[in-house]
Design a binder for this molecule. Structure first.
Ligand SMILES: Cc1cc2nc3c(=O)[nH]c(=O)nc-3n(C[C@H](O)[C@H](O)[C@H](O)COP(=O)(O)OP(=O)(O)OC[C@H]3O[C@@H](n4cnc5c(N)ncnc54)[C@H](O)[C@@H]3O)c2cc1C
Ligand code: FES
Length: 291
């Protein structure tokens, strides 16, 4: 992505939809200079409030004809402020950022996409683009509970159908409300169950993953054991989003080099970086392997 393609501009909220527990899809009016590719993200500044010095990184769910969709799960103050905004409010957005998935690597082989939580966002766009090129990816999504499933997105025909896993089938008791029962098509358990089943059927697959770190570590161990290529989409904490502050670095597996996730990622070949806690650079860096 060349730097001229990036835009820092005000964007107006034009729609806000609740899609799961503490999770909204915000639609903004914004003219970007480049097409958005799967894995790319935006740095979003909640407005003119000086308390939030740093913008928040959010993967891009969709961008078409001057309309940008972001999925926001409330994690703290910044995301809560962004998710609470109503149509008419304004934010500042820096986008599109980061190196996307390379679709060429997925061509001509089965693609298994393993997402957890907000990691569904980049893999949703990847699934849609792979299907548009005639591939049939196998997308698998895991959430903690049924209330955390953004079913509206997972059910979208151009990217689906997703295999769904929840850690707890019966939802938590809502205060004053009924206990949710099991939902059709949902399996109780971890996404790694779906991954192993898919790899048993397609040992020649390539895997892409995005989600909570423990989930991605489990996916990486399974892929390494089976010598299956894996692309990870990292969601490190970020500062500038522009490759300047180095708040987001990961070690190269050869040692000596540290890659910025915001600029050289967020998508990496897992075997090229120190990703698992047990990974160590071949040549020790001053800091050792960040884990
Ligand atoms: C490239 C990238 C893409 C992302 N895409 C999305 C997305 O599509 N949708 C979405 O809802 N979130 C996404 N995130 C995570 C999101 O940026 C953080 O949840 C958000 O910045 C937290 O800010 P806050 O002020 O709400 O919370 P804070 O008060 O800053 O933190 C609240 C809690 O969230 C944790 N946290 C903060 N940043 C991250 C992070 N990057 N990853 C994991 N935990 C974090 C903190 O450790 C703390 O426990 C993405 C992050 C990155 C780097
Ligand atoms: S966030 Fe500043 S270098 Fe990546």
């Amino acid at each position: 992505m060349n730097d001229e393609a990036r835009v820092l501009a005000p964007a107006r909220v034009i729609e806000r939809r609740e899609v799961a527990r503490d999770t909204v899809v915000m639609r903004y009016e914004l003219n970007l200079r480049a097409q958005v590719r799967p894995g790319q993200f935006a740095m979003v500044h909640p407005g003119d409030d000086d308390v939030y010095v740093l913008p928040r990184p959010l993967s891009i769910l969709d961008y078409r004809d001057g309309v940008l969709d972001l999925l926001i799960k409330v994690a703290g103050r910044g995301s809560a402020q962004l998710a609470a905004m109503q149509p008419g409010a304004s934010v500042r957005i820096f986008a599109p950022l980061g190196k996307p998935f390379d679709l060429e690597e997925f061509r001509g082989r089965p693609a298994i996409l393993v997402a957890g939580g907000v990691g569904v966002v980049p893999l949703h766009m990847l699934s849609r683009e792979l299907r548009a090129t005639g591939s049939s990816p196998l997308p698998i999504f895991g959430a903690r509970a049924p209330q955390d499933l953004p079913l509206e997105i997972l059910g979208e025909e151009p990217a689906g159908p997703w295999q769904l896993f929840v850690e707890q089938q019966a939802g938590e008791v809502q205060r004053g409300g009924p206990r949710e029962g099991p939902r059709e098509g949902l399996r109780e358990g971890l996404v790694t169950v779906g991954l192993v089943e898919a790899l048993d059927r397609h040992p020649d697959a390539i895997v892409a993953t995005c989600g909570p770190t423990p989930m991605m570590h489990a996916v990486a161990r399974i892929c390494r054991e089976r010598a299956v290529p894996l692309r990870v989409c990292l969601e490190e904490q970020m500062g500038c989003g522009a490759g300047v502050c180095r708040a987001c670095v990961v070690d190269d597996v050869d040692g000596g080099t540290r890659h910025t996730v915001c600029r050289e990622g967020p998508v990496f070949d897992v075997e090229k970086i120190c990703f698992l806690p047990e990974d160590r650079p071949k040549v020790a860096t001053a800091q050792g392997c960040a884990s």
